[in-house]
Design a protein around this ligand. Structure first.
Ligand code: KG4
Ligand code: ZN
Length: 326
């Protein structure tokens, strides 16, 4: 079964064709990152206009790369939330138009659910029950999955998402946008034990909190206590990763799961990947970095498993900017 995936929830216009939920036939992404970089963050109105310009060419490119025509497709999967409403509407309306004109079934995919399914695209398949740490620009969730489509959110951030904290810290340190990759790069030349930053453990809970680390970094920067930006970047990254890894491993142990998955843009972070693999007694799966950040292959994969479970949506499907998982 070949599924066309469409993703426009934030600032990447993406389309992909995936076979049987696991084999990527094509994955195309038109990034707007350079356009938003001059504003230091995503400007919603600009994002939706760029999606309108890019969506049809990117779908054509994805179908050409996969060497498929409309009659080779068996379904369309599109992100319908969470995300920027104006951006989501572009993908959802294009997907509905194709579904209507080509008489194809359509399914709406939760963007976070899509991030988890990036783990089905790496060659070997995850085993249930599993715990997945989803860390993106808008979310930091610890999720228990006992089967496809079955999500129990065990913990989430109480303030900033992990990716948001990386982006804010990079801005404080003058490292530019997007902040996560900039901190990751700068940290390679820094000493992680040179700047002392707090860790927020929230004992007795599986929740996270990252605003305290960011504020401590801001105070130190304002107080002239940071002499080398690389050292501050490495220390900040270490503080965030230490908490993410310790809490994730502890939850995986508590629920006696068979597998631990990493997902979302921050899962591309080199230290997080390395530490989780080193410190988890439970087998860890981490998607390739290009599948951690926003893409449509993960949406098509998730869509395939939704179609298998007869989760077909009608053409009345709407976007839900604050869509929740589970
Ligand atoms: O999943 P994603 O591409 O978009 C959302 O759904 O939000 O995640 C984007 C987030 C941004 O905050 C970005 O700074 C962060 O992922 N990110 C990283 C890295 N690459 C992307 N954070 C830390 N290290 C990285 N290498
Ligand atoms: Zn995302």
């Amino acid at each position: 079964m070949k599924v066309l995936g469409i993703e426009t929830s934030c600032d990447e216009t993406a389309a992909a064709v995936v076979e049987d939920g696991v084999k990527i036939l094509s994955s195309q992404i038109a990034s707007q990152v350079e356009i938003h970089a001059r504003y230091g963050g995503v400007v919603p109105e600009v994002a939706s206009r760029q999606h309108i310009l890019a969506i049809i060419p990117i779908i054509k490119q994805a179908m050409a790369e996969a060497k498929v025509g409309w009659s080779d497709l068996q379904g369309i999967a599109v992100t319908n939330g969470p995300g920027l409403a104006g951006s989501l509407l572009v993908g959802v309306n294009v997907a509905k138009s194709i579904a209507l004109s080509r008489k194809l079934p359509i399914t709406g995919v939760n963007h976070l659910e899509g991030h988890i399914y990036a783990n089905w695209l790496g060659g070997s398949l995850p085993e249930f029950p599993l715990v997945c740490l989803i860390v993106s620009g808008g979310h930091s969730d610890l999720v228990l999955m006992r089967g496809h489509g079955d999500y129990i959110v065990l913990g989430r951030t109480r303030d900033d998402a992990a990716g948001e904290a990386f982006d804010k810290a990079a801005r404080i340190l003058g490292l530019g946008y997007p902040g996560g990759p900039a901190i990751d790069r700068a940290a390679r030349n820094g000493n992680a034990s040179s700047v002392t930053l707090p860790r927020s453990w929230l004992k007795g809970s599986h929740d996270f909190s990252f605003s305290g680390i960011k504020t401590a970094l801001l105070r130190m920067m304002e107080g002239g206590q940071i002499s080398a930006v690389e050292d501050a970047a490495a220390s900040f990254q270490e503080a965030v990763v230490e908490v993410l890894v310790a809490k994730t491993v502890s939850v995986a142990r508590e629920y006696r799961v068979k597998q631990l998955l990493l997902a979302g843009g921050v899962a591309a972070n080199s230290l997080l990947r390395q530490k989780l693999l080193e410190e988890s007694p439970i087998p860890v799966m981490v998607p390739a970095p290009v599948l951690c950040t926003d893409n449509a292959a993960m949406i098509a994969s998730c869509g395939y498993f939704r179609f298998l479970a007869d989760k077909v949506d009608s053409l009345d499907m709407d976007v839900v900017a604050s869509l929740k998982l589970g």
